[in-house]
Design a protein around this ligand. Sequence first.
Ligand code: SF4
Length: 371
Amino acid sequence: MSFWKKITSYRWDGIEAAILGKTAKDVHRALQSPVRRFDDFLAFLAPDAAGYLEEMAQTAHQLTVRRFGRTIQMFAPVYMSNECTNACAYCGFNRRNRIARATLSVDEVVDEAMVLHGQGFRHILLLTGESPHHAPVDYLIRVARKLQRIFASISIEIYPLATDDYRRLILNGVDGLTIFQETYNLKQYATFHPSGPKHNYRRRLETPDRGGKAGFRRLNIGALLGLCDWRVEGAFVGLHAAYLVHRYWKSSVSISFPRLRPAAGGFQPPFPVSDVQMVQLMCALRLWLPDAGLVLSTREPAMLRDNLLPMGITQMSAGSKTAPGGYAAKEKAESQFEVCDLRSPKEVADMIAGRGYEPVWKDWDASFLNA
Ligand code: SF4
């Protein structure tokens, strides 16, 4: 059993029709309901829910404070390599783009991480493109071994691996897996991922399952907003998250909201998502999945990030660089996309504190496992 099996019982058109068929009365009823079903979630994604956004945001805020308190967990990405064998239409690292490429040595990754450590981070996210030749699992393990002595939590956002490789990474200090399906629309997925191993929709879709089986403590999923209709995409993200929560109950599940940003290659999103639509999606997910973490990156502008804070966000990146070597002042290669919130980690932490929340740099220690 995997999410692949589950998703085949849903049709994109069917979900779209169900969302568009929801009325203001359905939204009102869903808001009042003490136990929310998938159908209620679809109502929150409907055009008619726009009139209830204020009420949805307030309820989302209350649910989040009840479940997570007024805390925002801080993290930052470290790009280890921008080598890639795929040709994702929207990505600056697309193998067809003629950009400067680099893979950091293990020591260079540690240099990058130490800059973040000096800024206060104890949770980091390690990223690569999809090139096992340049960034093999053994290389990732060597990096993790060095960093696990310094960081409380190490997550990876890399190419899909087999369950046993994930187990090896977990044994060497990696505790979180981020993998975005990009789009759940099977047909469009093939268009945006024309070649390379990522062309295989099912292999990517089943990656969080393999991560859950391997025993990652954190599983983070998402869709790239702007590729397809955000309402239907959001419905599939919610379905996937609910499935993971149910099936891998020992892992904490979170959802990211990556919205397409300018990148090398000049890709234009066919379905741009407005700020208001982002808010609606975020609130809808929170109302349906009160226990899911919601992650907001520096792809978004500072003011929007500040305003989204009380609507259900639980994790934020800050001061991010999206090129290998971006922190240690010796940028070696092209970035994946342009970051929008350029504030320093301290400025972001001050903003969070100024709004009555606690920026949390460390919420976990491996020694808990032995307690
Ligand atoms: S999105 Fe990932 S897999 Fe696709 S081209 Fe970019 S780095 Fe490679």
